[in-house]
Design a protein around this ligand. Sequence first.
Ligand SMILES: [Zn+2]
Length: 272
Amino acid sequence: MPLNCFSSVYSVYSVVSLHPARYTSAMRIEFTFGQGRRVAREDLHLSVGARHVPVRLARNRRARRYVLRLAADGTARLTLPPGGTIAEAMDFARRNTAWLEKQLLMRETRLRGPEKWLDGTSILFRGDQVQLQFGLNGQANTVFFGTESVPVKDPAADLRTEIEWHLRNLAASELASRAWELARLHQAPITRVTVRNQRSRWGSCSRNGTISLNWRLIQTPAFVRDYIILHELAHLRQMNHSPAFWREVSRLCPDFSQAERWLKEHSGLLRR
Ligand SMILES: [Zn+2]
């Protein structure tokens, strides 16, 4: 049973929660209740990851506990039961910012939908946004981006399948050779590297020394790609996500939190 890293978007939060300073929530303004059932809108926010989510409070005579919801307009709705206090309600909301963030990400993914890759579309390649440009290479219909050129059948069609196939092939050779290179450098006893199309994780590591990497690491900057490889190498010493494991990660990759931040900001990459 391989150890999965970032096995879902949820486990990413358990990773980043090791850096609580970046993910604390804060009540911006002290708030006083009006007389009515619904409380007037005030500048009350929760810090969720990098964003400030406005909070709207409502009292509900029938509520039995504090209830937190993500409303359709992107605000957090916080319901107070009779006798509930704003301070307690905000404590409750702050304890559940990870849940709120998960809802926000899921909603954004749903709204985005499947995206077509056409002439002029920007895609991420080695951490840069590059534009797909259609051209003729001799007689062959070709799409150019970054350093790459990919022959395509029908330039007016969705180019995504053909270009992703090209990226995947590129990833298969580049990621494997980089993994072997880093394993040699750090004397990590790997036995095999596979490059796969995982839906929900960047990498995994098994006890027998097989490392699996997500081909989409060809779309991330080099420091992020290296971090994921080093993260998996660290698992050869610690098959868990314990503090000892993270010490090993920071030994191999001192700037890993920067890579974590990039991955978090681009978490949509995996769920396409
Ligand atoms: Zn891991």
